[in-house]
Design a protein around this ligand. Sequence first.
Ligand code: NDP
Length: 252
Amino acid sequence: MGRFDGRVALITGAARGIGAASARQLAGEGAAVVITDMDAGPAEEVAQDVRSSGGKALAVACDVSSREQVFAAVDRGVAEFGRLDIMVSNAGITRDNMLYKMTDDDWDAVINTHLRGSFLAAQAAQKPMVGQRYGKIILMSSLSALGMRGQTNYSTAKAGLQGMARTLAIELGQFNINVNAIAPGYIETRMTRDTAARMGLTWEQLAEQWVKLVPLRRIGTPEDIAKVVAFLASDEAGFITGETIYVSGGAK
Ligand code: NDP
């Protein structure tokens, strides 16, 4: 028996990184997973991987900044698997720049992906969840919510998600829906490898700098985050709502 037998999860931005690891973790514990990402191709690869390990998975192309696409993805998932129990709003981008160089496009792209994307994901998910009187919504915040040089757009969005989690928890608690946020620290994914490249560093050079900021003295893995996603999605976390859990090896 898996913790998520009979449950259905939708994960945004799940073609790689933390989203893909979360999808694999939930599927490995019995959930049927709807793997959504900008492009269907890479999402389908993760879905095939899950299916070849004996799991249930559907890949759906979905840009989280589009109301039509987010609602259509939830509808597809519910049509295929009959319900929606877990929404992991994970899709994310960075457009780092110092304030004086940050463009409107840098600001809008990050705010739209994280804040509008999570607002739409939560709004689309709450409909089936309220009907079921059961749901778990998990928003992907960041250590950057506490402030990070060059990330005015991103840290604003990630701090906003913590407020969103608290407010949705207050609104949706009466329907037995838990809403929480996870704030990962330094995790090795394409996003952070791209950051190294933009800084003119190899991944190893950037990781060496970052690791000094982490009391546990290692960079995190997508699986470190996926395990906390699974905890918050599980009934073991049934009395936790409106919280943000920092998963950062102690970095602050
Ligand atoms: P990745 O870049 O590896 O994965 C992010 C995924 O999100 C990509 O597949 C990307 O698609 C997708 N995506 C981007 N924009 C959209 C959109 N508009 N609609 C749908 N999908 C989209 O990053 P991570 O796995 O590192 O990041 C996952 C989440 O974790 C993000 O919210 C990030 O901010 C957060 N996070 C990451 C940390 C880290 O250290 N890695 C630390 C703290 C938080 P595509 O490839 O097509 O662009």
